[in-house]
Design a protein. Structure first.
Length: 128
């Protein structure tokens, strides 16, 4: 593994831990998630000069992805209000790949291969 990849993984882990700690510590979960989302969006804006503007046929997918992500975050906030982060977060993280696979099957007719399916099914219970 190169040093750049190692540092990127380390930075991602640190950001993820910070995000979880901030959501767990703050009493207003909605405000915490909103502030974090705005922070992530402002950081993403730094990449705008270096990437190509999306073509028109991509925008429906971008909007759909945005709507699903907003729904995911709203459900996550509701789960955090109902239970402890240590219980709700692993369930949310384990459910997302399953829902993505099901969506891939029904929305774009992409069926996971036998190896990916068996790995997903065998690893999903380990997450919970």
């Amino acid at each position: 593994m190169s040093l750049a990849v190692f540092l990127a993984v380390l930075a991602a882990a640190a950001m993820h831990a910070s995000w979880n700690a901030m959501v767990k510590v703050h009493l207003d979960r909605f405000l915490s998630v909103t502030v974090l989302t705005l922070g992530m969006a402002s950081m993403a804006l730094l990449a705008v000069p270096f990437v190509e503007f999306p073509k028109a046929e991509v925008w429906p997918w971008i909007l759909a992805s945005t709507m699903f992500h907003m729904g995911y975050k709203l459900c996550l906030i509701g789960a955090y209000k109902a239970g402890d982060l240590a219980q709700t977060y692993p369930l949310a993280r384990g459910t997302a790949p399953l829902l993505a696979a099901i969506g891939g099957i029904f929305v774009v007719s992409e069926v996971p291969g036998r190896c990916r399916s068996s790995v997903s099914c065998s690893c999903a219970p380990a997450r919970w």
